[in-house]
Design a binder for this molecule. Sequence first.
Ligand SMILES: Cc1cc2nc3c(=O)[nH]c(=O)nc-3n(C[C@H](O)[C@H](O)[C@H](O)COP(=O)(O)OP(=O)(O)OC[C@H]3O[C@@H](n4cnc5c(N)ncnc54)[C@H](O)[C@@H]3O)c2cc1C
Ligand code: FES
Ligand code: FES
Length: 483
Amino acid sequence: MPSIRILLGHEPLEVEVADPTETVLQWLRRTGRTGTKEGCAEGDCGACTVVLGEPDGRGGLAYRAVNACIRFLPTVDGKQVITVEDLKDLDGALHPVQRAMVDHHGSQCGFCTPGFVMSLFALAHTDPGADREATLDALAGNLCRCTGYRPILAAAAEALPDGGRDRFAAREAETLAKLAAIRRGGALEIEAGGRRFLAPRTTDELADALARHPHACVLAGATDVGLWVTKQHRALDTVVYLGEVEELRRIETRDDALVLGAGVAWTEALEAVAPHWPTFAEMLRRFASVQIRNAGTVGGNVANGSPIGDGMPALIALGATVVLNRGGVRREMPIEDYFIAYRKTALQPSEFLEKIVVPLPRSGQRFAAYKVSKRPDQDISAVCACFRLTLDDAGVATDFRCGYGGMAAIPARGREVEAAVVGRPWTIETAVAAMAAGDRAFSPIDDMRASAAYRRTVARNLLMRFYEETRNGVADQRAAGDD
Ligand SMILES: Cc1cc2nc3c(=O)[nH]c(=O)nc-3n(C[C@H](O)[C@H](O)[C@H](O)COP(=O)(O)OP(=O)(O)OC[C@H]3O[C@@H](n4cnc5c(N)ncnc54)[C@H](O)[C@@H]3O)c2cc1C
Ligand code: FES
Ligand code: FES
């Protein structure tokens, strides 16, 4: 049977793959590691949280909390997989995070506890100085239904400062050496259970794999695709995984643009956009949870084409373009042209999204990103609206771009709204005319998340809010999360 190589805790392990779409959680539990729990099987509750360790590219190890329930087993090839069973010391002493959870009574039924412990373990390693806000953010993807969060936050406050100075830190050099020893030289190819899984290492290999399998399922972070398997029980016959293609995980800052490889995870994208567009970064902080942002990619969000995906409205308003690659032949188009109809995109068989090019801000441009959802964290938007405005010295709009989510069957550019603004003084009359243009232009989606009437009203109000904030000079300094 084909196999992958991982470090389970600190032990190198050859893992036989019976089905390439078996999840890490299913494999862990099937083989006796039942500390990691299954709650929702869709990335929402965090009971299945495990931590992946891999070289951080700066000579150290990066520890990332992820949801094992939607992660396919072959995607952890070459990585360290740490579960709650690995945390206690060799003499049986609890890890500082576990000890603090006990001391502060952070667990009642205990079902959520391994997930919380693993999220806090990762946080202790990545941000030991995390304050209450940062801790809340790190735990937004972990739900507890009986203990309540106060004792868990108390445990976090106690454990975080020293929690990362553990035997995992002490063995970092050894772990890096072990990871180097199990690292595969070339592409991974698995055929098992009637299914195929390919993990190329370069864009050329990726293009070649997709040329050979034009209708394969392209897999990035699996935060959408994972649910097709766990919730819709879809059978994916051939999967081409792009998570091992180093070039797609690069972020490049050019003189005039930020270039995000399609495989860049939202965690890194958030850091890259923050200096240029703080409200976009704040909106991304409200994108799902740390676990999802650690896995989910910018390219997956765009390629998926959901009308309520959070990345697109901002990318449309910022004038981003996408670069598609098919057999090494590239084409570039404005991101709004990529979306054709509900979940239908310009992507052809054998083609993949390679990168997203985002023009950097020019002087005088004001930008704001707004996400309105039922709760601040870990929630899909009802409406997203993003605006970029340039005024001349006389206060006349020389340029205006807007992108919307939730207002049409696709992520949409508001051309009619833009036309009502460009060439006119940025006054209340212009803003009101633009609101009316938006009313005429859009037929918002109407579903269980929000009615069409609600979405229309929210879109109008967000435009007025942008007007008020730009008038007062606060757009893009304000926190977008205060909806
Ligand atoms: C609990 C939870 C919360 C979520 N919250 C949010 C949220 O707040 N906001 C939001 O916008 N989304 C949210 N999502 C959706 C999801 O996380 C995002 O859409 C994410 O960006 C998808 O990226 P991925 O790498 O996981 O894509 P995958 O699941 O791997 O792929 C998604 C789709 O894109 C295709 N694809 C991926 N990469 C490429 C490529 N380079 N070229 C061609 N095709 C490609 C795949 O074939 C598939 O059709 C959430 C999901 C979950 C499970
Ligand atoms: S089981 Fe709920 S997030 Fe994985
Ligand atoms: S302790 Fe029961 S769900 Fe958290």
